[in-house]
Each structure stands twice: as structure tokens, then as C-alpha cells.
Design a protein around this ligand. Sequence first.
Ligand code: FAD
Length: 456
Amino acid sequence: AFQLEPKAKVSDACASYADLDTLNTKLHPYVRNLANNTDFFSYYRLNLFNKECPFWNDENGLCGNIACAVTTVENQEDVPKIWRAEELSKLEGPKAQHPGRKQQKERKRPLLGELGESVGESCVVEYDDECDDRDYCVPEDESASAKGDYVSLADNPERFTGYAGEGAHQVWEAIYRENCFSKPSNTRGSAAVPGLPAPLPALSQNQAQAALDFKQVMRQHDRQEAIKSGASEEALELEDECLEKRVFYRVISGMHASISTHLCYDYLNQTTGQWGPNLQCYMDRLHEHPERISNLYFNYAFLLRSVGKLRDYVQHYTFCTGDPEQDKQTKDMIKKLAGAIPSGPQIFDESVMFRDQTADGISLKEDFRNRFRNVSRIMDCVGCDKCRLWGKIQTNGFGTALKVLFEFGNGHEGEEKPLLRRTELVALINTLDKVSTALKALEQFRAMAAAAIDGK
Ligand code: FAD
């Protein structure tokens, strides 16, 4: 198989595998601590059980294993006071309603003044499922009236659930089909399915042409190098795609690789009843497919760049758990994390994407955004609660990263930055935690594989 050379650059990113491993060793404790040990980042409110799959009838794909179940926070006392239903409904008075899109655009920090200085906008901002024009995801509704539940993420770790077979494959297939930019996707099914998103227009030839830039020449070179190292033609098919489409695929495949790593690392041996790493699972799903591992590293670079770009933004963010001391600690922790990420494009350079400002270029970006939103909708078709929970968090996390990278501008003075909902920020940090933890797990799997080979 095509092996990853540690010093080689992760294609489409700017850092090598070894650089990213070194950075991860440094940052992993910060990310873990933030995701697991702060109230702000360890509770997520979402509508996990009441949304129907908008694409097909999913009754056959349901997972009945106990490992698929999610324990929600039943007792309101267990969530920080400010997010409890009665508190949220107090805040949702006529003054604190969701500002319309127009108002949102006019006001950079809506609600803050109206709710009083002690109640930040991020405490109550999850109002409805409506997308902002710049969202890459269907937002989770955190308002009191929404049919949502709080989930303690620390109590529901992503691990092996036993969800598999046709149901799981159908979901992955539908997700990958979103990557077929040039063809209308079958995923959207027939018009008879209620709530079906409208089909997206196919790309014109001009669009495809416009997206071919000098990077393609560079890729041709990379491709020849990769073939020399034994890369499969299948993996290289992607090389023929324009950068944006390839990035879309890599994000999805890297997310899939992260999920596979977690389930292989925290695997249930059904004979002994013990949880632990399953080397064969790693060999089959990851080791034999280095391009999947490469996509996981790509995702790490991509997410780090996005969190690094939040360095200034988080200075003014209100981390409202109702405990000012804890909020200050949370802010300090995320500032420390964002500050430790190299600030230039040494890891990932988003400025080479979506450079085409013509109508074709703009519609490529819209198409990308719409397709990503569709991936987030497909998550409602996942027939295992635990998998759906982490699938939703991770698509929201990547959607937020895309929003930060492509809608936040380049940090120039006076540039408007869209607000991040609480769920978006929580999803972003938890997704980074998943990928960072997956890279650590891969290190251990590599050592286990080497030891197994030596022992033979
Ligand atoms: P799958 O992982 O189902 O893959 C299907 C096909 O996709 C493969 O045959 C291969 O051709 C291709 N493929 C696989 N990996 C990649 C990749 N990285 N890049 C590109 N192509 C790839 N199971 C759990 O135990 N715990 C979980 O938390 C969990 N979460 C899930 C979340 C979602 C959103 C979904 C859809 C499934 C989840 N599952 C989870 C199920 C799990 O992902 C697998 O589907 C299941 O274990 C069956 O695996 P498989 O070997 O049949 O291949």
C-alpha cells in the first residue's frame, strides 16, 4: 500500500504529517481539557430524536444495541442554570427574539445591550433552524421552545456501537454522493418525500474550467510522485478534481476516518465484554488505506487553521455558564489554544480556495455550501442515536470551520464577522477534539502494528 512519509506535506495543506503530529502533541491536552472539563464545551443541546430523515424511510436502519443509545440530561439541575428551560424562556421575551436576517446584518452584536450586560448574546442565540446565508450547516435550535435535549458529551463518548450493515452504508453512500458536484445527486430522491431539499443546479462547463488554476499543474507533479510511491488510481482520481471539490471530499472522508479510528480504538470485544483497541479493525479500515489517514491529517490542519482564526473573535465572546469565574477560565483556555496555533497559513491556506469572484466562482461556493448543508441533513437518517449525535456534532463542527475560513474575511479592520452560535463553537471545539484524539490513537495503533510485525 501507498505509505505515508512523515516528512511529506499533507496534500492540499501546508504542513507535513510530522509537523502536525508535533503540533498535536503540544495542543492535544489543551483541546481535551477544553472539550471535557468546561461546562460551556461539554454540553450540547440538539434535536436528536424528533427529526425525520428527509431523504428516505429509515425505519429499517435503526440500531437496537444498547451501545447505540444516548443518555440525555434528564434532570435540569444538571445543566448550568442559564441554559435550563425556564431560564431560556425568560430570556425569550419579545425583546430577545431572534433578530431577522436583515436585523442580524445590521447589528453586529444583537441582543447584548437589550438583555443586560450580564447576559451575553451567546447564551440565548440558538433560536431556530433557519439558516443564515453564510451557514454551511442546518443549525441546531437551542431555544426553550425547540424539541431539544441536553446531552453531556463527556457521558456519551464516541466509540464502537455495532451500527453497521445496509443502513449505515446507505448513509455513507448518500454523503459521498453529495460530492458529485457535476451530476444532480440521486440522494435527493423523488419529489414525493416531504421536506425534500430542492435539487441543486449542476455546474456549467465554464465553472469547471474556471476552477482549474495553477494548482492543477502542481498536482500533476504530486500525482506523478504519488504513483511512484504506489498510490492507487482510485485515490488519485480525486487529483483530477478542482481544489474545492477535492477539499469537500477530503473533509468527508477524513471525518469518516476519524469515526472509524474512534470505533476501532474504543471497541467492544463481544466475546470477553472488554472495551479496548482492536488492531485488526485499524488495519482493515485505516492502515490499508493511507489516503483515508491523509484525509484525517488534512482535517486536523483545516480545523486548526479555523480555531486559530478565532484568536481575536473569542476575546469578545460571552461564555455564559452563569459562573463568571468559570467563564473567565473557559475564555482563557480557548485563547491559549487559539494563540498556540501558528497564525500564518503554515498549516492550511484557505486563501487559495474560492478565489474566482466571477458569477461561476460564486456559484461554486454556493453549491459547496448547499451540498454541505445536505450532508448535515443526511445525519437525521443515521439509525443509531450515539452515531447520529456525533455525526451531527462533527458536521456542525466542519460547517463552522468552513464558515470561519470562508465567511470571516482575512482579519482586515472593519470586516464584519458572522456571529457564531453557541452550538457552532461547541461543535467546532469538540470536532477538533475528536480529530486530535484520533491522531493520538493512530500513533498507538502504529506502535501496536509495528510490535505485532516484530513479534512474528
Ligand atoms: P463503512 O465505514 O460503513 O464504509 C462504507 C464504505 O465507504 C467502505 O466500504 C469504503 O468503500 C468506504 N470508506 C470507508 N471509510 C472511508 C473513508 N475514510 N474515506 C472514503 N471512503 C471510505 N459506528 C460505530 O461503531 N460508532 C460510531 O460512533 C459510528 N458513527 C457513525 C456515524 C455516521 C454518520 C455513520 C453513517 C455511521 C457511523 N457508524 C458508527 C457506523 C460505521 O461508520 C460503519 O458504517 C460500520 O462500522 C460498518 O463499517 P464497514 O466496514 O462496513 O464500512
